[in-house]
Design a protein around this ligand. Structure first.
Ligand SMILES: C[S@@+](CC[C@H](N)C(=O)[O-])C[C@H]1O[C@@H](n2cnc3c(N)ncnc32)[C@H](O)[C@@H]1O
Length: 302
């Protein structure tokens, strides 16, 4: 694998995230763009950290409540040491979270990213045993991604697909195509967990972030208010927030006061579960979900 000329002179979404969590796998171009973003949205570092923590908490809930043992972590990002440094009890990876919540023997995790540097790190730090694999693939080419042998190996047992803060970087058309393909590919008992940006609370700042990325040459499709319509068109609406069984995974644990989510968190998150048809959809969802898809747990951003 070789990196394109000028790779480190150009920012990367993965390394901006890494910088915002206080980690060190980033370069001048990443830090410069990150500083412009943080000027517009001082809450951004908190949002990135909360999103990271939500990832491991979602895995805990998916393992514990739905019994899921296989994970397809799409847009896995650079491994972070932030959660190890600040919150020693937090698992550092999807695999660690899944093992902590279930049994090591049948846990499998496939980490996917389209950034070659992320892939190199994932091979070194996330692909730690025979139950883990790192794949370099693009969500925009979902057919190829699903045909990868490591991904194919997940195809016959319930699998949770994690799409945490990755759909914002995928065009509307490709995101919807990917969500539809995933919905059809996943066996019954599977789940899709999504987090994404929304314009609900800070529309001006979100517009400014889109502009900064555009000026730097990265197209960030403008986020929408409320749940991501590309996701909801493919897998249905997120569940009502006041249903206790639909609590956001990240809120099931009470965090120490200093680490509680800022009141004005700007993200939306939910998990859609695909259950065997005989279980039927939960109350209130009969008329909206595509066939075979019902919702297990989830919620909207605060
Ligand atoms: C904002 S980071 C999120 C990382 C991690 N999922 C999390 O929740 O913290 C987005 C990641 O998605 C990756 N990514 C962006 N577009 C992608 C695509 N089309 N296919 C695969 N990965 C993609 C980026 O390289 C980056 O590592």
């Amino acid at each position: 694998m070789s990196l394109a000329d000028g790779f480190f002179q150009r920012h990367a979404v993965s390394r901006i995230d890494n910088y915002l969590t206080g980690d060190t796998e980033n370069y001048e171009a990443d830090r410069y763009l990150a500083s412009l973003l943080v000027r517009e949205a001082p809450w951004l570092p908190d949002m990135v950290k909360i999103n990271r923590r939500h990832g491991s908490q979602a895995v805990t809930v998916l393992s514990r409540d739905l019994g899921i043992r296989q994970y397809l972590d799409l847009g896995c990002g650079l491994p972070t040491s932030w959660n190890k440094r600040l919150q020693r009890s937090d698992p550092a990876s999807t695999y660690e979270a899944a093992v902590a919540a279930g049994t090591r023997a049948d846990t499998r995790v496939v980490y996917v990213d389209n950034d070659p540097m992320v892939h190199a790190h994932a091979r070194m730090m996330l692909d730690v045993c025979s139950s883990t694999t790192a794949v370099l693939a693009d969500i925009g080419q979902i057919g190829e991604l699903l045909n990868d042998p490591a991904v194919q190996a997940l195809a016959h047992r319930p699998t949770a697909v994690l799409l945490h803060e990755v759909l914002p970087w995928v065009s509307d058309q490709l995101a919807e195509k990917a969500m539809t393909a995933l919905r059809d590919w996943l066996p019954d008992g599977s789940a899709i967990s999504v987090t994404h940006a929304t314009t609900d609370r800070a529309p001006d700042a979100m517009r400014a972030l889109v502009d900064h990325y555009a000026n730097a040459g990265t197209h960030l499709p403008a986020p929408h208010p409320g749940p991501d319509p590309r996701t909801t068109r493919a897998v249905g609406q997120p569940p009502a927030r006041d249903r206790p069984d639909l609590a956001v995974a990240g809120r099931k644990q009470s965090l120490p006061p200093s680490r509680r989510e800022p009141r004005r968190l700007r993200g939306h998150r939910y998990t859609a579960a695909k259950q065997p048809p005989e279980l039927g959809p939960p109350p209130g969802r009969e008329d909206r979900s595509p066939p075979g898809t019902v919702f297990g747990s989830g919620g909207g951003g605060a």
